[in-house]
Design a protein around this ligand. Sequence first.
Ligand code: FE2
Length: 257
Amino acid sequence: MEIVMKTIAQDTRPAFDAGLSPASALPPVAPRFDLYTGIHKAIRVGCAETLTRLGAVDADDDDEVQTMTGALVAFLAQMRSHVMHENRFVHPAMEARRPGSASQVAGEHEEHLAAIEALEREAFALAATPAALRREPALRLYRHFALFVAENHQHMHHEETVHNAVLWSAYSDAELLAIELAIIGSQSQQSMAGWLHWFAPALATAELAPVLAGARGGMPADVFETLLSSMAARQSPERHGKVRAAVEAIAAAQAAA
Ligand SMILES: [Fe+2]
């Protein structure tokens, strides 16, 4: 876990990237296509929920530890795939029109991949430790994951501000949408379902509905319905109804166009 702590100690990004500046330093809510914010909102929920569960685990309870470490490893796999998607689809686009613009974050991604691997090793080791000896490694894993979460929050803020500025200056919304669709199209149905688990409570209706409407076009109706229904447990009945209505409205508008 030295990698994560080193990253934080040596962070040379400007103060506003650490969220220390007045609100005026934050970017305006631009009416541009945003590749980053939706998925990052989902990741922020995943980080918060996973960290909370990890902190609350009864380390001497075999079932709880197995369930918790399984959930942590599954979330880390999603984080790894997110890094790979950005490396494969977003950074080449940035570098193609603004050479060097993705180099800092590319280096951070290497550190994230190493940190993910280290956290996975810790999780597996914890699960294999006898119950009576688990308290200390469980607390250590909780703290290491908290540092990983902290670094990722700064990292995502940098991408949503600095990277978006590059993308918005170099690409049209239609081109950015094509990148988004390529990312979605590269994922399995199982992977999509895994992400919707975090998207469901993370996004505003107006953000979530277009994502779902886009997914709907790429799968059979019954598969889409299963996916949509799986989100109900993660939303209030009112919110779930609003999302369904918004998806229907988008589909009706597309059919009429
Ligand atoms: Fe990233």
